[in-house]
Ligand binder design. Structure first.
Ligand code: NAD
Length: 336
């Protein structure tokens, strides 16, 4: 039986992987580690045939070297993004598979939830009414119908988010270096999108080109009072510049599911810690910021689909087959 070592595992991962694993013709042995994958913990993978990792694991060159040294030749990312994998180190030594599309609706609907909640101050209302405070001053919102949504990255998730915005009667602008034809969506240059949008939502991948795409210079050009929604990757946004833009009213609010330094923070209960990340502490304390801890994917449908695709990819790998989920291969050059 092939062994898969899971890192950064959570109870909800086990539920779906174990449920689907027993239905396979050739089930795997699933080994669960709560630790993140990193140079200090990679030794736990010794003896496994495959490693399964998640968004905040550190698959740097050192980790790739160690995995290859243990004779492991496949890494399954149980997520869409793979910016935390050193592909230059991995390609030709490790086959890396991911889950390209598990449930775009899950992320798009979460982005919409953040947009509505931040706009209508639902997070503040929730805190107030729980404290038996029924004062509604300061909770003023806006009507979205007739407003402009600017979507950066019109891929699988961006398209679903556009449909939700259209259902609210919003006009949709999009920026994507590879524009497609979509009903009632106008593709425009980034500068035009930033200057016209009442809601800016990020749905592009994190790459060298998109790192700090939303920085101080970009924020200087946004329509005053816009909302920023980021369910993509934290480092698309320069957190210092975001804080400034929230302080001076450039942005009326932000709905964030990701944070650029989330790696050692998200998915952990750090409520007892005193030594906290300064920028994150500033952001979460702001009344016009709603932050969730990278949970946009967290639906039953997405978890089932992630487990199903990952197990299929690993079965295909051990059967000697290539799949469209491959980011790079142990035996050939990088495919993405
Ligand atoms: P996708 O590949 O279908 O679409 C990404 C789109 O971004 C593509 O159309 C691409 O052309 C475009 N793009 C590339 N570079 C760009 C740039 N410089 N500016 C604007 N657009 C650019 O990906 P997807 O499935 O829609 O996922 C989008 C992102 O969502 C992922 O990269 C991932 O980071 C994030 N994500 C987050 C969660 C979560 O739980 N928060 C879950 C899944 C995915």
């Amino acid at each position: 039986m092939k062994k898969i070592a899971f890192f950064d595992s959570k109870p909800y991962d086990k539920v779906w992987f174990e449920r689907l694993n027993v239905t396979l013709a050739e089930p795997f042995e699933l080994i669960w580690y709560e630790s993140r994958l990193r140079p200090e913990t990679v030794c736990l993978a010794d003896g496994a045939d495959a490693v399964c990792a998640f968004v905040n694991d550190d698959i740097s060159a050192q980790v790739v070297d160690t995995l290859a040294g243990y004779g492991i030749s496949v890494l399954a990312m149980r997520c869409a993004g793979f910016s935390n994998v050193d592909l230059d180190a991995a390609c030709g030594r490790l086959t890396v598979v991911r889950v390209p599309a598990y449930s775009p609706d899950s992320i798009a609907e979460h982005a919409a939830a953040l947009m509505l909640a931040v706009d209508r101050r639902i997070h503040r209302a929730y805190a107030r009414t729980r404290d038996y405070n029924f004062n509604i001053a300061g909770l003023e919102g806006t009507v979205l119908r007739g407003k402009c949504a600017g979507i950066i990255g019109m891929g699988r998730i961006g398209i679903q988010f556009a449909r939700l915005c259209q259902a609210f009667g919003m006009r949709v602008l999009a920026y994507d270096p590879q524009p497609t034809r979509l009903d009632s969506v106008k593709f425009v240059p980034l500068a035009e999108l930033l200057s016209q949008s009442d809601v800016i939502s990020l749905h592009c991948p994190l790459t060298k080109e998109t790192y700090h795409l939303i920085d101080a210079a970009a924020l200087q050009t946004v329509k005053r009072g816009a909302l920023l929604i980021n369910t993509s990757r934290g480092a698309l946004v320069d957190s210092n510049a975001l804080i400034e833009a929230l302080n001076d009213g450039t942005l009326r609010g932000a709905g964030l599911d990701v944070y650029e330094e989330e790696g050692d923070i998200f998915y952990e209960d750090l409520s007892d810690t005193v030594d906290r990340d300064e920028q994150l502490s500033i952001l979460v304390a702001k009344p016009n910021v709603l932050l969730t801890a990278h949970q946009a994917f967290l639906t039953d449908e997405a978890l089932e689909s992630i487990a199903e695709t990952t197990l299929k990819s690993l079965t295909a790998f051990f059967d000697g087959k290539h799949t469209e989920c491959e980011v790079c291969s142990a035996d050939r050059k990088r495919s993405i």
